[in-house]
Design a binder for this molecule. Structure first.
Ligand code: ADP
Ligand code: ZN
Length: 515
């Protein structure tokens, strides 16, 4: 997909070599750059690591005027600035923390900048708009463009302010960039940013060198210790809270391999020190919140582990995509629990009504990924609009196919027990009723005379926990505020025998054992 260097009149290729030292464009980079140089607005959907920054940095050096880059995070902007400057590109950031703002504005006015990085909220300021109209601007580049969509996983209202600004410069091309957009979000980005449909360029999303493995949490610390033992290279363990990153870092430190924590609550110098130590290390493990990894360039990360359910498939793909950017074998491990889904469903109820459906769709896509007996990669790639083969040969399920077991009847028994006990009790109690364990509580409530009392025994009893988990994942059960279980909107379908419940029984394997 590259053009040969001998085409001596190929200016873009010459620039690529002169500025970045690369000999060829990668994947769709060339298509994107050609459109931008021709002044055509474009949405480039490219996975993490595919080289999105180059698709605006290179044209910025070739077009007359300054390219305005919209970026959501100041830290990210400063990383980008450093790398642009290292490549000899004239760049600056204009943010609240920059003390050289006056100088930057002077450089912009003098036409002395190829790139100017700004945050979206600045775009709405009328004096910024006026400033731009007095300068020579070549291009608008909108990084993390999914932030403009309510369908996206990271909506930022400020991104909506970009359209009015850009509409004041109708002759200028717009280049929207994202790694993480499903079909719905993509269409929305086009509309919100005023980019024509034919301007969308989607790169292949597959990361064939990453092996995916997904399993339930069952003694997390032990699971992670085994994972670390089997995976010697640099790795990232993502945890959901700041406290959890520190707890895990402590639990995983064994005195030999360095394990550190990284989250936004650490002092800036500690954070910077941990990050640069990680970048330079060959075996460090970083326990971090998902902010870690954004904008750092470390191609040899060998594994990424999630200690809990990610926020969305997009998030999962972006985070796991930080492994194996060098193309060598790498692995991604996810440990999930039914409580992750329970919590996520509670959160859905708290968001704005208009966004609830989107959140539910996101959650059920995650449910399908973690609970499939089929190929993980196929599910991921289909999510991004591709039509992959049924099997990949490089995920846990392809390597060791799990068994599927029809547990519809057990699911019905479970849901009836929840209904008959009036949707007030937790899993432990529901199980005790189903397996017929007499107790004072059961008799005082009269539950030991219910038709569901003791209707599950022997082997079926072993299915109760996985069935409960599956029902929670599917939204047939919902957590109550007091730690109990109640019927969810999907329960009816199971109770009426319209929906089957196939349980995935993983083979006995050390899932976390990676390659
Ligand atoms: P993204 O923003 O899509 O995640 P980056 O722009 O950070 O990706 O680029 C990822 C890495 O790929 C960087 O180290 C970059 O220098 C490198 N890269 C980009 N384009 C090329 C290319 N054409 N040839 C070789 N390396 C490239
Ligand atoms: Zn597979």
């Amino acid at each position: 997909s590259s053009r040969a260097l001998e085409s001596g009149d190929d200016l873009a290729l010459q620039r690529l070599h002169a500025l970045f030292g690369f000999r060829a464009f990668r994947g769709v980079q060339r298509n994107v750059i050609d459109r931008v140089l021709a002044g055509q607005s474009t949405l480039a959907v490219m996975p993490t690591g595919a080289g999105k920054s180059l698709t605006y940095q290179l044209p910025a050096t070739m077009l007359d005027g300054t390219c305005i880059v919209i970026s959501p995070l100041i830290a990210l902007m400063h990383d980008q600035l450093r790398s642009a400057e290292a490549n000899g590109i004239r760049a600056a950031t204009l943010t609240s923390v920059d003390e050289n703002r006056a100088e930057t504005v002077a450089r912009l006015r003098a036409g002395d900048l190829d790139l100017l990085y700004v945050a979206p909220e600045r775009a709405s300021q009328s004096h910024f708009r006026e400033l731009l109209s007095q300068c020579r601007i070549s291009l608008f580049a909108i990084d993390e463009a999914h932030c403009v969509s309510e369908w996206g996983h990271d909506f930022r209202p400020d991104y909506r302010l970009l359209r009015p600004l850009m509409d004041q410069f109708p002759q200028l091309p717009r280049l929207a960039l994202t790694a993480t957009a499903d079909a719905h979000t993509r269409a929305d980005i086009l509309t919100q940013l005023g980019i024509p449909e034919e301007g969308m360029i989607v790169a292949g999303f597959d990361r064939p060198n990453i092996r995916y493995a997904i399993g339930t949490r069952d003694g997390l610390t032990q699971q992670l210790r085994r994972l670390l033992a089997a995976n010697p290279g640099p790795g990232i363990v993502y945890a959901q809270t700041r406290a959890a990153t520190e707890r895990l870092a402590e639990a995983l430190s064994d005195g030999k391999r360095e394990v550190r924590a990284y989250h936004a609550g650490l002092a800036p110098d500690v954070r910077a020190a941990n990050q640069s130590a990680f970048v330079g290390s060959e075996d460090m493990v970083m326990c971090a919140t998902v902010a870690f990894g954004m904008g750092i360039d470390k191609p040899d990360v060998r594994f990424v582990a999630h200690a809990g359910l990610p926020k969305s498939i997009e998030g999962y793909y972006q985070e796991t995509g930080r492994a194996g950017r060098d193309g060598d074998p790498a692995s991604a491990h996810l440990f999930w629990g039914a409580d992750d889904f329970a919590r996520a469903r509670m959160r859905v109820q708290e968001v704005d009504e208009t966004r609830q459906q989107g959140e539910r769709t996101r959650l059920s896509a995650l449910g399908a990924l973690v609970e499939t007996a089929g190929c993980r990669r196929a599910i991921l790639l289909r999510h991004f609009g591709e039509t992959p083969p049924e099997t990949c040969g490089n995920c846990d399920n392809c390597l060791e196919p799990p068994k599927a077991l029809d547990a519809t009847v057990t699911a019905q028994k479970y849901l009836s027990a929840v209904a008959r006990t009036r949707q007030m009790f937790g899993a432990g109690y529901v199980e005790s009723i189903l397996t017929g364990q007499s107790s004072e509580r059961a008799s005082s409530q009269g539950h030991d005379t219910l038709s569901v009392f003791g209707i599950v025994d022997g082997e079926e009893a072993a299915l109760l926990k996985p069935v409960q988990r599956a029902l929670l994942v599917r939204g047939a059960l919902l957590p109550t505020e007091h730690g109990g279980l109640m019927l969810g909107p999907e329960a009816r379908g199971y109770l009426k025998g319209e929906l089957p419940l196939d349980l995935v029984i993983p083979p006995k394997r050390e899932r976390e054992r990676g390659r």
